[in-house]
Design a protein around this ligand. Structure first.
Ligand code: SF4
Length: 459
């Protein structure tokens, strides 16, 4: 951690430029127009600082403007502008995939405005995904358990944060942890909608803890512009290999329920960015070795199509990553078909390729426990007593909440599961999908660019 006794250590000298190097400075946009607030109130640059390595202030005791215009933020901006173009950043003492923006020659970053807020409402989660920092870091590393484990931002603090940011255009209401565990999620979204009608709000969820009341409110009042459901698989078996403790039928059922409710309320929107007053729902599907068969992808497409939700395939690396779908491959291009329904997000692969070229491990898993990735998956299941303790703490947090506790959720069987099994038995959609897929290979590059642009525009 680059903080001693609550004070930030000074940054090292900017990296010297090579003689004659007149290329523009390489910066991230984050410390120039965005702010990220952890569930413990810490202000950090962005989600790349998973563990709170460089904390600029804390919303429980500091005013954001003082921190944003204060010496520590000025120091990092100045460092980025003066250092040679490189992806290394002293804020996290490693390469950062976000330090990729060439600054205009005359840019000095002297009057930055905060346009984007990443707000992490909780670091509780009801699932135990093997390489998620919540599972591998916040629960396992004693120091992180203290600072990052099971934290929650109260409603009044979250609203005060928004009130302090007059130039806000976008709120990302998630980081690590499951946002719908926060019992005041709807109250927060509703108040932001009332006070900041021009501000877009997006979130990301595992879907499994959303309540019928939350679903009804989001649909009827259009409380989110975009909501991404992380559902990695189209069958119960493959889904639970990564989403440990979750249930495919529950996650998909909640996504369907929201899509249905939005259609009934006239707020459903299929594509991102959607029209104002609509809710765009996306199924995000990380491609792993165990969920990337033609049959399973075709089934996912069929299910997505049946509820009019686009899929965002994620090509990733590291733990369990698909060996079929590699960034830029013809196989990956096939994911773009049929074009109406699928978005190809290659950002993770881009990051990984860039880091690998420099011999660097995936940034999201570097600072957590140094054990083999495979062990983590098994560890998440095997750590019975520790998980029980975590769940006890979670239960306390849930005590006054309308949201049922996670263990109860795990036991509940949804009727939607039976419905999906029925669809699997009665449909054989993959022959048709495969035929379309082969045709799409030739058009893949163009579609990939369109998909990536759409993804960027939606952010
Ligand atoms: S780690 Fe550095 S380059 Fe990356 S977002 Fe933070 S300040 Fe910007």
């Amino acid at each position: 951690m680059s903080s001693v006794g609550g004070l930030l250590e000074p940054l090292p000298a900017p990296l010297p430029r090579d003689r004659g190097d007149a290329s523009p400075p390489m910066i991230c946009s984050q410390v120039f127009d965005s702010i990220s607030i952890h569930a413990n109130g810490d202000i950090v640059c962005w989600c790349v600082d998973v563990n709170g390595q460089r904390v600029y202030g804390n919303v429980f005791k500091d005013r954001i403007a003082d921190v944003w215009h204060g010496p520590a933020y000025r120091e990092i901006r100045d460092w980025l502008l003066r250092s040679r173009p490189d992806s290394w950043c002293p804020a996290i003492d490693r390469h950062c995939p976000l330090r990729v923006v060439p600054a205009a020659a005359d840019y000095n970053g002297s009057a930055p405005r905060i346009r984007i807020l990443k707000l992490e409402p909780v670091t509780y989660c009801n699932l135990q995904c093997p390489v998620c920092p919540v599972e591998t870091g916040f629960k396992q590393v004693p120091e992180l358990r203290e600072t990052r484990g099971q934290k929650l931002l109260p409603l009044n603090v979250m609203l005060d944060v928004v009130a302090q940011l007059p130039d806000l255009e976008l709120i990302e209401y998630f980081d690590y942890g499951e946002p719908f565990i926060h019992r005041d999620t709807v109250a927060f979204l509703r108040e932001v909608r009332r006070t900041r009608p021009g501000c877009r709000i997006v979130t990301n969820t595992n879907g499994t803890v959303m309540t019928p009341e939350q679903i009804r409110a989001i649909a009827a009042e259009s409380l989110l512009d975009r909501i991404v459901f992380s559902i990695d698989g189209a069958t119960a078996e493959s889904y639970r290999k990564y989403r440990i403790g979750g249930s495919f039928s529950k996650a998909f059922g909640k996504m369907k329920a929201l899509a249905d409710a939005c259609r009934a309320a006239g707020t459903h929107c299929k594509y991102s960015p959607g029209r104002r007053g609509s809710v765009q729902i996306t199924w995000q599907y990380i491609l792993f070795e165990w969920n990337d068969s033609d049959e399973e992808l075709a089934l996912a497409r069929e299910l997505a199509q049946s509820i009019e939700v686009p899929i965002e395939w994620v090509i990733t690396s590291g733990y369990g990553a698909s060996k079929r779908f590699l960034h830029g491959s013809a196989e990956a291009m096939r994911l773009m078909d049929p074009p109406d329904f699928f978005i190809h997000m290659a950002a993770n692969a881009d990051i990984d390729v860039r880091l690998k070229e420099r011999g660097i491990d995936n940034i999201y898993t570097k600072d957590v426990v140094d054990t083999d990735m495979t062990d983590r998956g098994e560890g998440a299941v095997a750590r019975g007593p520790e998980r029980d303790r975590d769940q006890d703490a979670a239960r306390e947090a849930f005590a006054e909440s309308d949201v049922p506790a996670p263990d109860a959720l795990h036991r509940t069987r949804s009727a939607i599961g039976e419905w999906i099994v029925g669809i699997r038995r009665s449909t054989r959609p993959w022959r048709r999908a495969m035929k379309n897929g082969n045709r799409a290979v030739g058009r893949g590059a163009e579609k990939q660019e369109l998909g990536n642009r759409e993804y960027r525009n939606s952010r």
